[in-house]
Design a protein around this ligand. Structure first.
Ligand SMILES: [Zn+2]
Length: 435
């Protein structure tokens, strides 16, 4: 490792690779859509100096959003044919020497922990573990493409001066996957990954600001193999055919070029959320192979990809993008039931019980929580609000007010819950049928 901290290659797998804001362009904390302020106000996440800078914890409402997002990604990956694994967040120093992280990315890694005669490290990426898992079994060409996915922890020794909220953290939960495939399959697999990303952005109500082809810079500790960079770059250009993109030098991973999907915050400041890479380097380092139709050993390609990048950055962006008004399927509370007076409280709890039995996240905000007006204001970010007055309590009919102000007519409670359940299950951004 050297002391050089000047332009560094990105050493980690897709998604976590981007740094987002740099210290010089820090925004005021009071910006309307600052995720740190909203995160505290909405009770999503926080930090404690004793846990340490860059190590946020998730409060119950934030944990709901995170869990729901993670399950969305796992479902999308399962539907696309990926298989999920778990691997440890620690590895021996020799693993990262083999992967190249120790030489090319050491400045961003936590120092090794001495354990008897061994040194173990908090991992800077998931790639080395997945390469070992692939290598642990023999693979036939018939198994390829083999998509190995994991939502796993990784760590970065960020300096405390640049840490903030969920966008610059030291402990990162990465939505990661590696597709081990033949060279002929790599472009299609990378394109399919871009398709998964586009679909997820639609469902999450977020927008790609632009696509970027990230190339090595003149400075920085990139692996020296000009042929490798040329081949991998040509493949990514093929993946991007028909897509508008910009090329940027100095943004590649140390082992190869990548496609970055850039997002922008309210101030127009860009960061990378999702990435796709075609990697010809690590399969060599780990001596990976598959058995071809000829019975011989062949070298696979590794496609690294992340759909939503790190969970931390994805939630930060969602909070800012929606100002806390999450799509219904992601909202910490989906249905708020507001009895006008004490006489309707029991009825409100009955509706909430029925909603929960359907898998919806519903809460009663009763007279004890304030005036009706104050409770309606407090529930303004909840996608569905139902007020129960004397009239509603006397019938099985119930009307909701949607967060956007619309008021579909009253229907039987079971019908209402079914319709809300359908919207939530669709995992899109529309609050009601057709809109
Ligand atoms: Zn990777």
């Amino acid at each position: 490792m050297t002391a050089d901290r000047s332009p560094k290659p990105r050493g980690e797998c897709p998604g976590a690779s981007s740094r987002g804001a740099r210290p010089g362009d820090r925004r005021e904390e009071t910006t309307v859509h600052d995720h740190r302020r909203l995160g505290r106000e909405l009770g999503l996440f926080d930090t404690d100096p004793l846990m340490g800078a860059g190590l946020p914890y998730w409060l119950p409402d934030g944990a709901v959003v995170r869990h729901t997002l993670e399950e969305y990604v796992r479902d999308a990956e399962r539907a696309a044919g990926y298989r999920h694994v778990y691997s440890p967040v620690l590895g021996k120093r020799e693993l990262y020497e083999l992967s190249g992280h120790w030489d090319h990315y050491g400045d961003d890694m936590f120092p090794p922990m001495e354990l008897g005669a061994e040194q173990v490290l908090l991992r800077p990426s998931l790639c080395p573990h997945h390469a070992l898992i692939y290598r642990s079994r023999s693979h036939s060409y018939r198994e390829l493409p083999y998509g190995m996915a994991e939502l796993g922890g990784m760590y970065r020794a960020e300096l405390s001066g640049v840490l903030g909220g969920l966008t610059r953290v030291r402990a990162i939960q990465l939505n990661d996957a590696h597709i081990f495939c033949t060279l002929d399959q790599a472009v299609d697999e990378a394109r399919a990954a871009l398709g998964l990303i586009a679909r997820a952005y639609d469902d999450l109500g977020i927008r790609a600001a632009r696509y970027r082809l990230s190339l090595p810079g003149r400075a920085g500790k990139y692996v020296a193999d000009p042929g490798l960079w040329e081949r991998a770059t040509a493949l990514l250009q093929e993946v991007l055919r028909g897509v508008e993109y910009d090329a940027a030098e100095g943004e590649a991973a140390f082992y190869g070029p990548k496609i970055d999907v850039q997002i922008a915050d309210a101030a127009g400041r860009e960061s990378t959320l999702s990435t796709v890479q075609i990697d010809l380097h690590q399969p060599e380092r780990f001596d990976l192979h598959y058995v071809g139709p000829d019975g011989g050993r062949h070298r696979p390609v590794m496609v690294h990809r992340s759909v939503i990048g790190s969970v931390e950055r994805a939630v930060a962006h969602l909070v800012e993008r929606h100002g806390g008004a999450f799509p219904a399927w992601l909202a910490p509370v989906q249905l708020a039931v507001l009895p006008v007076a004490d006489a309707q409280v029991e009825r409100a709890h009955d509706v909430v019980r029925r909603a929960r039995a359907r898998g919806l996240r519903a809460e009663v905000a009763g007279p004890g929580d304030g005036t009706l007006g104050a409770r309606v204001r407090a529930a303004r970010l909840v996608p569905y609000q139902a007020v129960i007055g004397e009239r509603e309590a006397g019938t099985d009919l119930l009307a909701v007010r949607l967060r956007d102000g619309r008021r579909p007519g009253a229907v039987p409670v079971a019908e209402l819950l079914r319709r809300i359940g359908e919207r939530v299950a669709a995992r899109g951004t529309a609050l009601w049928e057709g809109a």
